[in-house]
Design a protein around this ligand. Structure first.
Ligand SMILES: NC(=O)c1ccc[n+]([C@@H]2O[C@H](COP(=O)([O-])OP(=O)(O)OC[C@H]3O[C@@H](n4cnc5c(N)ncnc54)[C@H](OP(=O)(O)O)[C@@H]3O)[C@@H](O)[C@H]2O)c1
Length: 228
């Protein structure tokens, strides 16, 4: 049984990760902005025999991240999934940008995973895995125009996780970024390629096979390396 912490756990791919790890018998700390509104997740927790618990955590806020991590107790965390993210303004902003929105997007997509990592760091032991959700649009090899702030924030996240991986090598902590595919969620839309379950299954399988040599990498949901 692994102890698994998941941000953004109320919906989307993160909610599927909760279901999947519960099915494996893992202990799941479901971290989300608004536990009160998360009926499906609460139902899962109610039927989990204590394996799934909900904890308030807004990854955009220092105090909320510290309080949310503290609320999960003191046990070691084996897997930390940084899933929470936002797309920001999806229309092209090359000629005029809403920079207040840009700050929000970076605060959630870049600072957020770093805050959460730091909050759990004292409980990450050798072999612990930190899996942060990036995106192919953050790769220079993916020639996509538009979504400027989203792309830039995910590129920053990928590079940040490389720094985490390099800095944590001696402590045996593994950190990667993952592109979950184009997924049928509120963010991805109904026409996307993959169901949240397919994406979550691939990412959980990848996570279970991560080795120290893979740390710092950027991977697809199906376990293949993704070109940066
Ligand atoms: N779907 C895709 O096709 C796709 C493709 C590439 C990458 N990704 C990445 O994969 C991850 C999951 O995407 P998804 O499709 O599952 O998205 P989603 O359905 O839109 O869900 C986003 C999740 O992030 C949470 N969140 C947003 N801001 C937060 C904050 N400040 N604090 C805590 N939680 C916050 C949301 O919580 P609330 O319910 O409280 O808003 C929600 O649970 C994201 O990082 C996304 O960028 C998705």
């Amino acid at each position: 049984m692994a102890n698994v912490a998941i941000t953004g756990a109320g919906r989307g791919i993160a909610l599927e990760l909760v279901k999947l790890h519960l099915a494996k018998g893992d202990r799941v700390f479901a971290l989300l902005r608004s536990p009160d509104g998360a009926e499906e997740l609460q139902g899962i927790a109610d039927g989990s025999g204590g394996l799934v618990t909900l904890h308030a955590m807004d990854v955009a806020d220092d105090a909320s991240v510290k309080a949310g991590a503290a609320d999960t107790g003191t046990e070691a965390i084996d897997v930390l999934y940084n899933v929470a993210g936002v797309s920001g303004n999806t229309t092209s902003e090359l000629e005029s940008a809403d920079f207040a929105d840009w700050l929000d997007v970076f605060n959630i997509n870049v600072n957020g995973p770093m805050r959460v990592f730091q909050a759990f760091l004292p409980r990450l032991k050798p072999g612990a895995k930190v899996v942060s959700f990036g995106s192919q649009v953050g790769a220079s090899t993916w020639p996509y125009a538009g979504y400027e702030v989203y792309s830039a924030s995910k590129a920053a996240l990928h590079r940040l996780m490389l720094s985490v991986a390099l800095g944590m090598k001696d402590r045996g902590i593994i950190a990667i970024s993952v592109h979950p595919g184009w997924v049928q969620t509120d963010m991805g839309g109904a026409q996307a390629d993959l169901t949240p379950q397919e994406s979550a299954e691939g990412i959980a399988a990848l996570t279970s096979t991560l080795t120290p040599e893979m740390s710092g990498g950027f991977y697809k949901w199906n376990g293949e390396p993704h070109a940066w």
